[in-house]
Design a protein around this ligand. Sequence first.
Ligand SMILES: N[C@@H](CCC[C@H](N)C(=O)O)C(=O)O
Length: 328
Amino acid sequence: MTIQLTKVHGSDNDFFIFDVTQLATPLTEAQLSQVAQHLTDRETGLAGGADGVLVVDHSQHAGVAGKMRVINADGSEASMCGNGIRTVARYLSEKTDQTAFKIETMYADLAVQQAPEIATGIATYQAEISPVCFGAQELGLTLPDVTSLRHKRLPSLSKTLYFTAVAVPNPHLISFVDHETLLGPELGRIAGYLNNGTNTIFPDGVNVTFVEVLGQNHIFARTFERGVGFTNACGTGMSAASLIYVLEQGGIAEKPITVRNPGGMVQTIVHQKADGAYWMDLIGNATFVGTVELTLDQLLTAPVDQLTLQETGEQTTYRQFVAQLAEA
Ligand SMILES: N[C@@H](CCC[C@H](N)C(=O)O)C(=O)O
């Protein structure tokens, strides 16, 4: 039996889509974690490795096209992935011949749809990012007597930076910084500490994003992800950053925010419901790099570094888009 995987990315945050409906017998949780660690390794993994694996399955929820689970490169499971869900939206759109539908994720069935191209020839999808919560419990924030963290200094992390923590629903710590700090070593130092598994602030780790304001409704986000490390972009991180930009830094809700990142660019829109709850639209590329077929042995343990992708050619168009962004 062979299993087809699709290598995909959103803003060069790259993944393998693993459609487990192909399997005759389901894998165990331990095997899924093993698959992610095996395939994503940047040295020995498949096709240059990846930031994670997006597990696609049937959903039992009425009116939902499919289910997405997110397994980070270190084998841990995340509740959501903003760049990933756009690619899964495209995968399910092509599989089920629909352009607007819902995808089941760990905490919510999220609305997704095909969207107008962000640049010529770039397949583009839009995803709902929610639920949003500021509570310490949902964040896994364990500072004594702290129920939320909104624009506060944490002297044990930095003497100068202000931090806001928000779950969307995976946990994010956001700090607005100047250009030098955005590119400097502080992000790696702080996020490395918060994801070391022994710290007492976020014992389960947290995604950390530094944000620079480039203009009105125009920001740059750089993220160190829990379970991965530095990535080219983090979709939920950019959505969280956009929300905090609106709440604390003069960003305008209900209007597109351009979010640049090391891997490209997305747009977000921050919304608020009548009951006060926030949610975001995340709009960006859903690029299919190529496909590859593996045996079950290769999926789990056998060497995969010599396997090559059947490329789609989409990455060439994506590279041109990124080159144009750099010139703009
Ligand atoms: N890259 C993702 C986020 C993936 C999960 C994250 N590492 C976590 O553990 O919460 C995105 O685009 O949102």
